[in-house]
Design a protein around this ligand. Structure first.
Ligand code: AHM
Ligand code: MG
Length: 315
């Protein structure tokens, strides 16, 4: 049995980086405990506030942000925190080596109905500032709060998985995640079909045509509405996740955020042998221009992402 501390010691000689991951893991354990009690404490409803994107915040969005902030304030190795829930980046320890970008509670529209939500995070070197390409990430991870609390991490090559035991210890459950190359599952919000571009519409049409269609096989659709849950399924058994640019999101640049949703997920997917794209370029090669920037996201099994990219190339 490998604990998180043992995995970190194997994965990196950088104890400062290991401490940042350990802080995020502790924050995740605290958020998990808070979520377990939320139906009783009544925190699952609206907080009556709006975040920087003008979206309604749940009480738990703010509580989770506060938990992450408190854990990172206690860690002298973090210089800056960028969070979906805070308009501006927060300066923490001066001259510390790492920046953390996080969505502290992703998929929070699922809170009322006890469906999996998650924390997503990305770690960047302080030297380059917060607006670095995804390829500059030195670590990334997500924590999925489902019937089990699981965490997926990458520091170097491999993407590994952990589960939180009842004593509060993270135990390695997947030494090296591998996204199967071929898949028969796609995840997209099909209620947005009328907004889709030709490439997205073409890819989905081809997929749902089944065995006798151009893809030559049968597909199934899954959409949790919680990126962490959709992503975890894809890491475990393959599939593709699409939140493309469409005619409604085009003015904003997309739906999902580059720094703390798309980049960490893309880096984890690629560490597990998958592929991540905007449709027209590698997601990890996008140069960010602002901390809350949005981006189209297409990621998962390499074969499927390539099919979507081929549609973009011809349309
Ligand atoms: P959030 O950060 O406000 O929770 O939004 C992100 C979520 C993702 O988890 C999920 O994939 C997507 O939004 C769902 O979007 P939709 O409501 O269009 O289905
Ligand atoms: Mg989010």
């Amino acid at each position: 049995m490998t604990t998180l501390a043992q995995w970190l010691a194997l994965e990196t000689p950088d104890t400062a980086l290991a401490s940042v991951i350990a802080s995020m893991a502790s924050a995740g354990a605290d958020i998990a405990a808070t979520l377990r009690m939320a139906p009783i404490t009544g925190d699952t409803g609206l907080a009556g506030a709006t975040n920087v994107q003008g979206e309604a915040q749940k009480a738990l969005d703010i509580i989770s942000n506060d938990i992450v902030l408190a854990h990172l304030r206690d860690n002298p190795k973090v210089s800056l925190l960028v969070s979906e829930e805070m308009d501006d980046a927060v300066e923490l320890s001066v001259d510390a080596p790492f920046i953390v970008a996080t969505d502290p509670l992703d998929g929070s529209s699922n809170l009322d109905v006890n469906v999996t939500v998650g924390t997503i995070f990305s770690v960047l070197p302080t030297l380059g500032g917060p607006l670095q390409k995804g390829t500059a990430q030195v670590a990334a991870g997500y924590i999925a709060y489902g019937h089990a609390t699981t965490m997926v991490l990458r520091i170097k090559g491999r993407t590994s998985g952990f589960a939180l035991d009842t004593s509060g210890e993270w135990i390695e459950i997947i030494a090296e995640a591998k996204i199967p190359e071929a898949t028969g599952e796609f995840a997209i919000n099909t209620a947005r079909e009328r907004f889709w571009d030709a490439a997205t519409a073409g890819y989905v049409r081809e997929s749902i045509a089944g065995e006798t269609g151009p893809a030559g096989k049968r597909y199934n659709m899954r959409w949790v509405g919680s990126m962490v849950a959709d992503m975890h399924r894809i890491l475990m058994r393959g599939g593709i996740f699409l939140y493309p640019l469409d005619s409604e999101t085009v003015s904003k640049g997309g739906r999902l955020r580059l720094l703390y949703e798309a980049n960490p997920m893309a880096w984890l997917a690629e560490g597990a042998g998958g592929r991540a794209s905007t449709g027209t370029q590698s997601l990890l090669s996008v140069q960010p221009t602002s901390i809350h920037q949005r981006i189209p996201v297409i990621l998962g099994s390499a074969e499927e992402v390539l099919r979507v990219e081929a549609w973009y190339a011809k349309s």
